[in-house]
Design a protein around this ligand. Structure first.
Ligand SMILES: *Cc1c(COP(=O)(O)O)cnc(C)c1O
Length: 370
């Protein structure tokens, strides 16, 4: 929107004019409203098709009795459960209204006009939005094979750089960095620069060389690791995630955090979910089978895709994806266009139930042969 369209832009902080809002996956109800479709499927936001596990569901039901009261602003029980899970002190934890909230807290705590921040081309969109919202100078490193090029990122770090953002694996590309490369990159950063390793999809990764960066926290006081309950734990609508860091970093993030940022149902559900290894295992197993089903289907249709270790896979259509996306919508299948990530020929598909994956493959076949 230009200044002519919106005179209030003149009143906003100068950097707000450059901000592009996050583009979410289209909600099912919206497509059904717009096109009068009944049985649409949504494979657009990397949600867990199984939903939450039984332990989280029971915890939500029990917590309903207390929703007239404000939640525990300190998140005592949730942080205790997370600390036990990670073998760290509760003081290392910062809870968020989704891990996006933690990413935003990091930006608001450590970034401002005059300092710089670094992330990769095709990286998760929230790094740009949160950094721009506080007026920091953004340095974008070109990607290599769709993934993070750590040498290119390191070359952009200077004494003004305060935060480097890394999604491992990355969304929307599904690419990943191995333990040796990532640890060497972090070790090479100056102590004046924090590094965020966003592990939103770590539960899904089945690669021996893939790092759990939370194990490095004692070595790297400038490291912040973020996790979410929105993906493998199936709690996207409740909005809950967390950061793991040196307690001195967490103390600063918690100064900026709104006192009741994580609601009571979310706190109870997350504390139960982190213990429910069986549900995560079942979710990961379903994902593995769905990934095989989809990638074999894509190969059969002669479609290229970026190999992914997450719960989604990004197709390379070799031509503009927008019309194909539109045609899929008319067949009741919602996937995610990623033109705003600099990938106008690609579509990101979340792994769903077997029947949902089959619906997508059928619709793709029909649309591509039309
Ligand atoms: C989905 C996702 C998140 C999680 O966001 P929430 O706010 O926890 O729902 C974080 N980072 C990446 C890269 C993601 O794809």
């Amino acid at each position: 929107m230009s200044h002519a369209d919106n005179p209030f832009l003149d009143l906003a902080a100068p950097w707000i004019g450059q901000l592009h809002p996050y583009v979410p996956g289209k909600p099912l109800a919206e497509l059904e409203r717009e096109l009068g479709i009944r049985d649409a499927v949504k494979l657009a936001s990397n949600e867990n098709p199984l939903g939450p596990g039984p332990k989280a569901r029971a915890a939500i039901a029990a917590a309903l009795a207390e929703i007239a009261r404000y939640p525990d602003g300190g998140g005592f029980e949730l942080r205790r459960a997370l600390a036990a899970h990670h073998g760290c002190a509760p003081e290392c934890l910062t809870i968020g209204n989704g891990s996006n909230d933690v990413l935003d807290l990091i930006a608001r705590t450590f970034l401002c006009p005059g300092v710089e921040t670094v992330f990769s081309e095709h990286a998760f969109a929230v790094y740009a939005i949160s950094s721009q919202a506080v007026g920091a100078t953004i340095q974008v490193a070109p990607a290599r094979d769709y993934g993070h090029d750590l040498d290119a990122m390191a070359a952009l770090v200077n004494p003004r750089t305060r935060v480097v953002w890394i999604a491992n694996p990355n969304n929307p590309t599904g690419t990943w960095l191995d333990s040796v490369a990532l640890e060497a990159f972090i070790a090479g950063l100056p102590s004046s620069c924090l590094v965020v390793v966003d592990e939103a999809y770590i539960e899904y990764v089945d690669e021996p060389a893939f790092p759990d960066a939370s194990r490095w926290l004692e070595h790297f006081p400038n490291l912040i690791v973020t996790r979410t309950f929105a993906k493998a734990h199936g709690l996207a609508a409740l909005r809950v995630g967390y950061g793991l860091s040196d307690p001195r970093v967490a103390e600063l993030l918690n100064r900026v955090r709104q006192p009741f940022n994580v609601n009571a149902l979310a706190q109870a559900a997350a504390a139960a979910a982190i213990e429910d290894r069986e549900h995560v295992r079942a979710s990961v197993e379903l994902n593995r089978a769905g990934m095989r089903q989809l990638t074999e289907g894509f190969a059969r249709l002669g479609l290229d895709f970026i190999p992914s270790v997450g719960n989604f896979v990004t197709l390379d259509l070799g031509r503009p994806a927008a019309p194909i996306n539109e045609a899929l919508l008319h067949r009741g299948v919602i996937v995610r266009p990623v033109a705003n990530y600099g990938l106008p020929n690609h579509l990101r598909v979340s792994i769903g139930l077997e029947s949902e994956n089959a619906r997508l493959l059928e619709a793709l076949e029909a649309v591509l042969s039309a």
